[in-house]
Design a protein around this ligand. Structure first.
Ligand code: MOS
Length: 754
């Protein structure tokens, strides 16, 4: 893309604070235990709530021993459908954009295991826990629908949040007709449940019609509107405080039933109420990644060029609501097939409604896509990287909109070089290590769209030359406090140490959603613009005053740097912020901004971050255990504000890739619909010993379209590409094509003939 056509001026400044690998502002607070999480809040008069949850997947609660629970010393109240106070919004009505149907004791129906069926409130956590146990629910049990054999298949009207369920670009039939080779492959992926270190927690406190909530939350302003609707109050009377999150991953964007019950109890009892879900209770009401069954069909011509790519996904959702993970859409933005068809079906089961989980759609979809691409390469006897270099898209497939294909090419080249890909034998089972383990190398392409949420911010210059910058954003561990402060400091011409950063409260200017890898770009742009607004106001003060060296500099313009304003044409002619404010008799000066993506640019350009992941695995030839032993990712995600944090985000995504490929699986008992491994002992995620040496290469990319700052997202892309790369490495080691995730020993075993 040519720079002259950009609607934005060149955006990179030199000698700036952005781009520096600063350590996390919240790091010391966290490692010394001084960071206060929601569950650490103990207001005066606090009561403790515990949800009693269903142990059946479908049916009705026919009795609860409320008398026994209330007789437990310390128990204050038991909420059941019989006495649950009314809500101002019907919990069976969705509230757009992210509001799901929730279970808040509206009746005695059970729709999934771990659904709240009562709330016990007590003076102590122990009393509430015991009270919940004494309820001893009796059920009318109906057969649980737990899989494709008994679930309800249907065609959804939308996937994700309002995206089309079916997208065809070009003519798919014609594409296959033109193919000389056709590869078909099927994949299954497991359900995954949210296991953020910090479970869902809330402390609810009412003061008349005002509500204060201490809770981890990825979407502060949006959530105030949801809670206001449920409780019939004004959104500005809801204060959400969410300074620290122990992980969000999509599960803390949504409103869930247990939270609403805690708020109801607090209003009913006129005392603050705390509710913290146990880990087991998170396997149901707070969203998860549904299981998928994917069919891919790929056509190539005699030269190995893609002519058709058809991706069909069947994905689970609940019996009463809909979240269809946009899995097939992973095949839309990457490879230059003449014809593309991505389509989805839903499978209704007696489970909690799925929801977003890190790289929704892109993670399971790219896993299947990248394995299929390898099989297509194999059909042509081609190296998998050469096949991708032949087929990656130069412009967005089907729309022709320009996107960052040059950066993708650089990712392929840099990753391959660093990994040593050129030494890879073409066929499988060619490499062994010194212990006789089978060694395999595989790769996958990474891609993730660039989201942008409308956001607002405020920047206050103070008389002492420091600044306070504020936005109602969220640091869920990604480093937002640090990176956003760097952006603001740069706009203000200050050192980050001179900038106080305030975030994580809903009564600040709306910082948008911390999700979809869009927070740094969204809140960052608002902070940048607020900083520029403050500087413009400061410059007006100076340029209009005859005693200022900047008097009359208006036509030339001024530059903010190192706490000073100076003339653009003469660095020596200027003065400090302190001097300007003092002369004007101001204790402070406030700049504000609202920022959003330019819709015209968004319509004319495809906006994605790109990458390539290379994996090595070793497989024990007797036991068929697989270990990922080396990962190299190269990613291009526009302007990098803080390379230390960005690398950490890439690693986090790649580690989840290991988890997805080799470990993570929610095991459901098909008879009862219960998740059998709803704890961190048996729900496997990588620990340090599972994580091999990893490298994340930051490919410089100057994208002048994605937004005025050139920032793309980094939080989710690391997960894409990685799963497929590991699966392809398993094939290269063993000759066995992976058909389901996580990869199991028994899937590799049959072909072993060592
Ligand atoms: Mo994310 S799955 O948008 O937190």
């Amino acid at each position: 893309m040519s720079e002259t056509a950009s609607p934005f001026r060149r955006h990179l400044r030199h000698g700036s604070t952005s781009g520096q690998p600063l350590t996390r502002r919240d790091g010391v607070l966290k490692v010394t235990g001084r960071a206060q999480y929601a569950g650490d809040t103990h207001p005066e008069g606090l009561l403790y709530a515990v949800t009693a949850v269903s142990r059946i997947a479908r049916g009705r609660v026919i009795s609860l021993d409320v008398t026994a629970a209330k007789a437990q010393p310390g128990v204050v109240e038991v909420l059941t459908p019989a006495n649950r106070p009314p809500l101002s919004h019907d919990p069976n009505e969705k509230m757009p954009p992210f509001g799901f149907r929730v279970e808040v004791l509206q009746n005695d129906t059970v729709r999934y295991v771990n659904q709240p069926i009562a709330l016990v409130v007590a003076e102590t956590l122990e009393a509430a826990t015991e009270g919940a146990a004494l309820l001893k629910p009796q059920y009318y049990v109906e057969a649980a629908r737990t899989g494709p054999a008994n679930g309800g298949r249907y065609k959804p009207s939308a996937v994700d949040i309002g995206e089309p369920a079916r997208t065809e670009r070009g003519n798919i039939e014609a594409g296959f007709a033109a193919a000389s080779h056709i590869v078909e492959a099927e994949f299954a992926t497991s359900a995954q449940y949210h296991n953020a270190m910090e479970p869902h927690a809330i402390v609810a406190k009412w003061d008349g019609d005002s509500l204060t909530l201490d809770m981890p939350n990825q979407a502060l302003a949006l959530s105030t509107r949801y809670y206001a609707a449920y409780f019939g109050i004004l959104a500005e009377n809801v204060l959400i405080r969410s300074p620290f999150l122990g992980g969000g991953f999509g599960s803390k964007v949504m409103i869930n039933g247990p939270q609403i019950l805690a708020i109801l109890a607090a209003r009913m009892l006129h005392r603050p109420v705390k509710l913290v879900l146990t880990r087991a209770q998170m396997y149901g009401p707070v969203g998860h990644r549904g299981a998928s069954w994917q069919k891919l069909r790929v056509g190539t011509d005699g030269n190995g060029k893609l002519t058709a790519l058809h991706h069909h996904t069947l994905v689970t959702t609940s019996s009463f609501d809909e979240f269809i993970e946009p899995t097939s859409d992973a095949s839309l933005p990457l490879y230059a097939s003449t014809a593309l068809l991505a389509e989805h079906e839903g499978l209704r089961l007696d489970i909690g409604t799925p929801g977003p989980m890190r790289a929704p759609g892109a993670a399971p979809g790219s896993a299947a896509l990248e394995v299929t691409m390898d099989e297509a390469a194999q059909a042509h006897g081609m190296d998998p990287l050469a096949f991708r270099l032949l087929n990656y898209a130069e412009t967005e497939p089907g729309t022709g909109r320009p996107f960052s294909s040059k950066a993708l090419r650089e990712c392929y080249a840099a990753g391959a070089e660093r990994f040593g890909w050129s030494k890879r034998p073409l066929g499988p089972r060619q490499m062994r290590d010194e212990n006789g383990f089978l060694v395999g190398w595989g790769m996958g392409t990474a891609v993730f769209h660039c989201s942008h949420f409308p956001a607002q911010a405020r920047a206050t210059l103070r008389a002492d030359g420091t600044a306070l910058v504020e936005t109602g954003g969220v640091d869920m561990g990604q480093g937002a406090w640090t990176a956003l402060a760097q952006i603001a400091a740069e706009a203000l011409g200050l050192n980050p140490d001179q900038v106080e950063f305030s975030s994580g409260r809903s009564n600040l200017p709306d910082g948008g959603v911390a999700g979809a890898s869009g927070h740094t770009a969204s809140a960052g742009l608002a902070l940048h613009n607020a900083g520029e607004d403050a500087i413009a106001r400061l410059a007006e003060l100076a340029m209009g005053h005859p005693d200022s060296p900047l008097f009359g500099a208006g036509n030339v313009g001024v530059v903010a740097q190192d706490g000073r304003l100076h003339r653009r044409d003469n660095k020596e002619r200027g003065e400090s912020f302190v001097q300007i404010l003092a002369r004007a008799g101001r204790t402070e000066l406030v700049g504000t901004a609202k920022a959003a993506r330019d819709p015209d640019v968004a319509a004319s350009h495809a906006m994605y971050a790109h990458g390539a992941v290379f994996a090595e695995v070793k497989v024990d030839p007797e036991l068929c255990q697989v270990r990922a032993t080396r990962l190299v990712g190269a990613f291009a995600a526009g302007r990098i504000i803080n390379p230390r944090l960005v690398r950490s985000q890439y690693f986090g995504g790649m580690i989840w890739g290991i988890s997805f490929a080799l470990q993570e699986e929610a095991v459901m008992d098909p008879r009862t619909g219960r998740i059998m491994n709803a704890d961190l002992a048996e729900y496997h995620v990588p620990v340090n010993a599972d994580v091999p040496p990893m490298e994340a290469i930051l490919i410089p990319e100057d994208d002048l379209y994605v937004n005025q700052l050139g920032i793309k997202g980094v939080g989710e892309i690391g997960l894409t590409g990685t799963v497929g790369a590991i699966a392809n490495a398993v094939w290269h080691a063993t000759g066995v094509r992976v058909r389901r995730f996580p990869i199991r020993i028994e899937d590799i075993m049959p072909s072993q003939s060592v």
